[in-house]
Design a protein around this ligand. Structure first.
Ligand code: NAG
Ligand code: NAG
Ligand code: NAG
Ligand code: NAG
Length: 614
């Protein structure tokens, strides 16, 4: 028996030394510590999980039992490594996995223990999964499902566990591993959301941040203020696109059963034009979002249409309180997202009542925002929730906001937010915005209308020619003429870009403790049911590994995108097999020719057994 110890940590070093077994099992996200041999242990037809009788765990066990027999996975990524150390058949068959849990009652909370271990001896009829909580055991079940493969791709092929003995010890690097869905610009059906939750659980992601409402629509059909959904939800082909209380309950229950928490956001006080169901609580209501000068500084809103909650109208707070009371009663998670981003002062100044008030009381728009947010935060607190806000109020406006508020950082610096005393969720648009580079949603965008590249001004060309002759040839204007097509956050964030996000970059050890994790965001101006899976997967999976396994392994070494590549390649096909329309990330040829598509010569791994091509 040969045993290769592969914590992804030392993988590169190990792959370079002789007699390392074939790399033929691709796990995602990679466990913190993993050792395996080269045995091949068949799974008995009567295989079962023995698990404590906790309903959520029993349901998970039933799900995974079904999944492994249905999936019958054979890797798409061709194995590579040392062909002289072939896997060998183990003795006997695996008849069961016995699951033991320390604390069967632990609830799915923000600080729940999600660790687990897997132990499958070489010739054993029983393997084990141990975990502190059922939520950790669910992650163990997922990893186990990834270890299981089919002997061939025929419909009734037998199953086996590759590379026994397998020993895994795993726990997340960050407790908060999220996806944000925006259901207001365009709508996603309940099924879309449930399917997204499936994908999250496969990737060990645990928070669905549901940005439910925005200026364009208010799809939440609340019972305390029904006018909001009645007037604010879209209708399409005669059907109202809204979520009832029972839809919401169904989503939360489905998510919980898969170890995923659901955190709601009703963005305010900006992004609220859709609150038109209650008259008089918004200012600059339904104006065109720009003023006639097209000057961005004079805009009424960042996106159509304009409308922002009126911060001096008592009725506004009456409605806001009712809404928060009801929403917090539907969503049982400890966290509640209060929005708070992109306030536009012009929208308030445009209102006579508000501008008179500002003058009389000598207060600015920022002061009004501070007052509004503090009232909102008090209502969230009264409902016993921990509030999250977009960072803007603190990092760019320096408002006085309680330190207990978690900040979601999308444009500013994580360090600033941490140093201001807040816990942080990392969502930099430069790494984690999955909607970027879809072109412009503005109609009438004529900026792209250029038939030839713009020329470099002669003066500049001369200067470069004279002073930097080496560069002279590069000075033909960008091949990307026509610009970025109005897309503020282009380019597209490739899976490698997402993967490379180091959320504790330049933080001290102490500061790093304030980073709870991160969240990829899919804003939906140009996404709906038709594109959802493709925009999320597999890129959200890249974030999932960074957040679960860490950008650095336990030895402090930065994880290698080249090492992740074959695993990501195979994982994408596996997500497709599991029902997610994940986007391809390479030609199929690349997975069939391991490392044959790498950017650098020579290939990272020698490949005497690359399996040969097509
Ligand atoms: C493969 O393993 C054999 C036998 O252990 C060893 O002699 C050989 O050097 C290895 N080759 C590579 C490329 O690692
Ligand atoms: C497992 O079984 C195989 C095949 O019978 C044998 O070669 C190997 O030595 C066994 N390993 C252990 C740990 O018993
Ligand atoms: C208005 O407030 C500003 C900033 O707080 C202050 O500097 C200024 O003196 C105030 N003006 C009046 C008339 O109170
Ligand atoms: C129909 C319309 O509004 N067309 C305008 C689009 O924008 C360009 C300038 O960018 C105007 O010249 C068009 O009149």
């Amino acid at each position: 028996m040969k045993v290769a110890v592969i914590s992804a940590a030392i993988a590169t070093a190990l792959f370079a030394v002789p007699s390392v077994a074939i790399i033929d099992t691709f796990l995602w996200p990679i466990p913190q510590s993993l050792s395996w041999g080269d045995g091949k242990l068949n799974i008995d037809n009567s295989f079962k999980f023995d698990a404590p009788n906790v309903p959520e765990l029993q349901a998970a066990v039933a799900r995974y039992k079904k999944l492994i027999w249905k999936e019958r996975w054979t890797s798409v990524q061709v194995p590579f490594g040392n062909a002289t150390t072939q896997n060998h058949a183990s003795h006997g068959k695996l008849k069961s996995i016995s699951i033991s849990i320390k604390d069967k009652k632990a609830d799915l909370s923000p600080d729940v223990d999600e660790s687990y271990t897997i132990d499958i001896p070489e010739n054993a009829s029983t393997g084990t999964i141990t975990a502190q909580t059922i939520w950790g055991a669910m992650h163990g079940l997922e990893t186990f499902s990834q270890l299981v493969k089919a002997t061939s791709d025929s419909h009734n092929a037998g199953l086996y566990v590759a590379k026994t003995p397998v020993k895994i010890k795993d726990a997340p690097k960050f407790p908060y591993r999220g996806i944000m869905l925006d259901t207001a610009r365009n709508f996603y059906s309940v099924d879309d959301i449930l399917r997204t939750i499936d994908g999250m659980s496969y990737n060990k992601m645990n928070v669905l941040h549901w940005h439910i409402t925005d200026s364009q629509s208010f799809p939440l059909l609340l019972e305390s203020v029904p006018e909001l959904g009645d007037k604010g939800a879209y209708t399409l082909h005669g059907k109202r696109l809204g979520y009832t209380k029972s839809d919401v309950k169904r989503i939360i229950k489905y998510a919980r059963a898969r170890g995923v928490r659901v955190v709601p956001e009703l963005d305010m006080p900006a992004h609220t034009a859709s609150w038109k169901g209650v008259e008089g609580i918004t200012t600059c209501t339904e104006q065109f979002y720009l003023d006639p000068t097209n000057d961005w500084g004079n805009r009424y809103a960042n996106e159509p249409t304009a409308g922002q909650l009126n911060p001096i109208n008592p009725k506004t707070y009456e409605i806001v309180n009712k809404v928060i009371d009801e929403v917090t009663s539907w969503f049982d998670d400890e966290y509640y997202h209060g929005g708070g981003d992109e306030p536009v002062n012009h929208c308030w100044q445009d209102d006579k009542g508000v501008s008179d008030y500002m003058q009389k009381n000598n207060v600015t728009g920022d002061d009004l925002l501070e007052t509004f947010l503090n009232k909102e935060l008090a209502t969230i607190k009264k409902n016993k929730k921990t509030a999250i806000l977009w960072e803007d109020a603190v990092t760019s406006l320096h408002l006085n906001i309680p330190k207990e508020t978690i900040l979601q950082v999308w444009t500013g610096s994580i360090k600033d937010a941490v140093q201001a005393g807040h816990k942080v969720i990392a969502s930099s648009y430069n790494f984690f915005y999955l909607d970027c580079r879809s072109g412009n949603w503005n109609g009438n965008d004529t900026t792209v209308d250029e038939q030839v590249p713009p020329t470099v001004p002669q003066k500049l060309q001369d200067y470069i020619n004279n002073n930097y002759p080496d560069w002279a040839g590069n000075l033909i204007a960008s091949p990307n003429f026509g610009g970025v097509a109005g897309d503020w956050c282009a380019p597209f964030k490739s899976w490698q870009r997402v993967y490379s996000y180091d959320v504790t970059y330049q933080l001290t050890k102490e500061e790093a403790k304030s980073v709870l994790g991160g969240e990829v965001a899919l804003w939906s101006e140009q996404s709906d049911s038709m594109t959802l899976d493709m925009k999320l997967w597999p890129r959200a999976a890249a974030a999932a590994e960074m957040l679960w396994s860490g950008r650095y392994d336990s030895t402090g070494k930065q994880r290698d995108i080249g090492e992740a590549m074959p695993r990501m390649f195979d994982w994408r096909y596996r997500l497709v097999e599991r029902g997610l329309r994940a986007e391809p990330i390479q030609p199929l040829w690349c997975g069939k020719n391991p490392h044959g598509c790498d950017l650098n010569y020579p290939w990272v791994f020698t490949h005497p057994n690359d399996g040969g091509g097509y």
